[in-house]
Design a protein around this ligand. Structure first.
Ligand code: C2O
Ligand code: CU
Ligand code: CU
Length: 472
């Protein structure tokens, strides 16, 4: 009976469907081994709605990429050519954006370049340095729904500089795609029905999935690991830490390696951002269990009284220390050379206010006083000219600002907490706190054409907090 039901569920879109009693059976909340997506270097990526085995027990209606809940990890070397055919079987507009990659504008997954059926051919040279990038759907007003439902995966680039460092690799290099979901004990459904409050605060969940695994655990040996953390959540900011407050080293941010490792005890990671960390279990006793968590933090401008809160404490991943030989590891003291962009070399400065208009029922969020219109040119930046962009947050709460087509450097935070190592290096996404001003140095150096600048809180993006940026 259950098998037959699965076939029916696969025909049901995840949104806008009648409650399906077959998913309302209690599910198991037993710990599950962390799923590791398969690796590919290109080829087909087919998207469809269908049932996924998310929890043991009843299936969950989800968005599948090549049949799996969450997409394969693309692993490729800098300098290689990447080719992929995206096959859209969703029955609604979709496309793929390669987040953090400098690709030609027509390959960038602009909402204009979506299809409702059929396929899109993506071909581009891999120009970026080694790092943890990712991909996700980017259609107009459906990005939140599709990314939440499973349209996301890693895009990992390797290069010679990074390989020469001999960082922990293979089984000791683990990608962690972190997403919060709204779940309930009595159902195997994952809810995505944002109401008007969710559009203001962003859609927050009560349970964290890692690589699509709820209640995930990972068995680790008594040695050092490289963890690649991607905040693939729609709206949640995590204060990443271990529950025993152990120190770890931040070695990379959005655009790859930092100049050197930075020892930290926690990292604030906003939607779209990535960090790579080195953490060692060499001193832990066999059988110990610890947790990667999101620690509690205070957010001004968050909606008190809401059921789901930005800043609430959450479990992310349990780590179970195996009975293995303890292996010591020492990190290289220097990792890479980062060319520092210099404020004095900037050709011009541009202010981008983030605002909200509460008199409206939709299209509340704006950048530079505008709601997204995919056909309008909003800002023009000359190719290879350095500009300072000043992002001024007047739109209550946190916003995670993301730029396509290049990487920038964070220069300064004003009216808020000081910069931390997650702001260092080459960035494509930056957290802008309530009432804060963040100054970034921006230069496009690979292609001319239309890119975008938007909030990566996906309900804000879908609400229109996005502008076109034309590189001229
Ligand atoms: Cu990851 Cu335009 O987004
Ligand atoms: Cu992007
Ligand atoms: Cu926002």
């Amino acid at each position: 009976v259950v098998t037959g039901a699965v076939g029916l569920i696969s025909l049901t879109p995840i949104l806008g469907c009648e409650p399906d009693n077959l998913n309302e059976l209690p599910k198991s909340t037993d710990p599950q081994p962390l799923r590791i997506p398969t690796s590919i270097s290109g080829g087909n990526i087919a998207a469809s709605y269908g049932p996924a085995q998310v929890w043991p027990g009843p299936m969950t209606p989800a968005l599948l990429l090549n049949g799996f809940f969450l997409g394969p990890t693309i692993k490729i070397s800098k300098g290689a050519g990447f080719t992929s055919q995206f096959v859209n079987q969703l029955g609604e507009p979709s496309n793929i954006h390669w987040h953090g990659l400098n690709v030609p504008p027509e390959m960038d997954g602009h909402p204009m370049d979506s299809v409702t059926s059929g396929s899109i051919q993506y071909t581009f040279p891999v120009l970026n340095r080694a790092g943890t990038y990712w991909y996700h759907a980017h259609p107009d007003m459906l990005t939140g729904k599709q990314a939440y439902s499973g349209f996301a995966g890693f895009f990992i680039i390797q290069d010679q500089e990074e390989l020469a460092l001999q960082l922990p690799n293979g089984d000791f290099d683990i990608p962690l795609l972190i997403q919060d979901k709204r779940t309930s004990a009595s159902s195997s459904r994952i809810d995505y029905t944002p109401n008007s409050n969710d559009i203001i605060s962003g859609f927050l969940g009560n349970e964290v999935f890692v690589n699509g695994t709820p209640n995930a655990y990972l068995e680790v040996k008594r040695q050092a690991y490289r963890l690649r953390l991607l905040n693939g959540s729609n709206a949640r900011v995590y204060k990443i830490a271990f529950d025993d407050n152990r120190a770890f080293s931040l070695i990379a941010t959005d655009g790859g390696l930092l100049d050197r490792p930075y020892p930290v005890e926690s990292v604030l990671l906003s939607p779209g951002e990535r960090v790579e960390i080195i953490v060692s279990f060499e001193g832990d006793i066999a059988g110990k269990s610890l947790r990667l968590v999101s620690q509690e933090f205070q957010v001004a401008g968050s909606h008190a009284g809401a059921e789901f809160q930005q800043g609430q404490p959450l479990n992310i991943l349990e780590l179970r220390v195996l009975n293995s030989e303890s292996v010591t590891y020492s990190l290289p003291t220097s990792l890479s050379n980062i060319e520092q962009l210099n404020q004095a070399d900037a050709v011009r400065e541009k202010v981008f206010p983030l605002t909200m208009d509460h008199s409206r029922s939709k299209n509340i969020h704006m950048i530079d006083g505008k709601v997204f219109d995919m056909h309008r040119s909003d800002y023009q930046i000359p190719f290879e000219e350095l500009e300072i962009w000043e992002i001024q947050n007047e739109a209550e709460g946190m916003h995670s600002m993301h730029l396509h087509g290049t990487h920038f450097q964070v220069l300064e935070r004003r009216f808020g907490p000081p910069m931390t190592p997650v702001d260092y290096g080459w960035k494509d996404t930056v957290l802008v706190n309530d009432n804060e001003t963040v100054r970034i140095a921006v230069k496009f150096k690979d292609y001319r054409g239309r890119y975008m600048f938007h909030c990566h809180i996906l309900e804000h993006e879908d609400d229109g907090m996005m502008i076109n940026v034309d590189v001229i």
